[in-house]
Ligand binder design. Structure first.
Ligand SMILES: NC(=O)c1ccc[n+]([C@@H]2O[C@H](COP(=O)([O-])OP(=O)(O)OC[C@H]3O[C@@H](n4cnc5c(N)ncnc54)[C@H](OP(=O)(O)O)[C@@H]3O)[C@@H](O)[C@H]2O)c1
Length: 271
């Protein structure tokens, strides 16, 4: 059980794939996690080796997560029941931080013996480059200290905000799924620039740097996105011509409906 010397871990990761590994590696680098007090429970041998290379005790045995002060649950939702059986019942000494879509804190707590406190996190893939947005929701039994601890952990992969658990499906739409909307916009811009004769690599650089620049400007400037847009849109100009076409195709409405669809699908998958 626990770390390599047998004592309970301070933090256990159950599932250490794309997201778990991003959190683990960045939190270790930031000094938020101490490798010798951290355990990784992971099926995949390659990922266990990657975690072990950081000085973390990595094992395939779910029971190693038992007794941890914090348990980061980062398996796919469909693998949670198996993982819960392998971990076994937990007490209220453990705070579970789940990044899984779909599983409510009450259902997670019930599957883990009704003992642990549970907090939910909805991050997104820019975690891999330390630029995630993570919405955190206190669930079953979670305290203000648990939220503060989760905030420190997820700050290692980006920025955080607090929401209520009944808003988590909205956070799936606004955070978890949202990078894909920008990727889709980027695909369309790159294809259009290429169609206009710009070579694909230059079209990609133009699009990516423009998105990065616009996002950085939004983050740094106190003006609203609407004000920033107005500032680059002169009457009768080129930007106005482009925005008019986007709106004629229902751009704003389509984004709203897309987010409604993501939220509804998240609610449908929930338990
Ligand atoms: N990626 C994101 O941006 C994002 C955003 C929000 C939420 N999430 C949530 O985060 C969770 C993880 O996503 P991910 O993209 O990191 O998935 P992933 O790369 O598939 O990572 C999950 C890892 O857990 C392992 N695993 C499965 N069952 C296990 C068990 N019982 N014990 C130990 N390890 C087990 C898997 O191994 P095998 O592959 O060998 O099964 C895999 O290495 C999902 O629930 C997802 O909904 C992800």
């Amino acid at each position: 059980m626990g770390t390599s010397n047998g004592s309970p871990a301070d933090t256990a990761f159950v599932g250490c794939g794309n997201l778990g590994m991003a959190i683990l590696s960045r939190a270790v680098c930031a000094g938020v996690l101490v490798p010798a007090q951290t355990v990784v429970v992971e099926h995949d041998a390659g990922r266990r080796a990657e975690a072990a290379a950081m000085g973390v005790h990595a094992t395939a045995e779910g029971s190693a997560a038992r007794g941890a002060r914090t348990l980061v649950l980062a398996v796919k939702p469909q693998h949670f029941e198996d993982a819960a059986r392998a971990i076994g019942p937990l007490t209220d000494a453990t705070c579970v931080i789940s990044v899984m879509a779909g599983w409510s804190s009450a259902a997670i707590r019930a599957a883990l013996g009704n003992g642990p406190r549970v907090l939910r996190a909805m991050p997104n893939t820019p975690a891999q480059v330390g630029m995630a947005m993570t919405a955190l929701a206190r669930g079953a039994g979670a305290t203000a200290d648990d939220l503060a601890h989760a905030t420190r952990l997820f700050a290692a992969v980006g920025s955080t905000c607090e929401i209520r658990e009944d808003q988590i499906d909205a956070a799936v739409a606004a955070v978890g799924s949202a990078p894909a909307y920008l990727f889709l916009l980027a695909e369309a811009q790159i294809a259009a620039a290429a169609r206009m004769g710009i070579d694909p690599e230059t079209a990609r650089r133009m699009t990516v740097q423009t998105m990065l620049g616009a996002a950085t400007l939004m983050a740094a400037d106190e003006r609203t996105p609407q004000e920033l847009r107005a500032a680059v849109t002169s009457a009768g100009g080129t930007t106005a011509a482009a925005v008019r076409v986007l709106e004629a195709h229902g751009f704003t409405g389509a984004v709203g409906e897309a987010m409604d669809a993501a939220r509804a699908r998240s609610a449908e998958l929930g338990r």
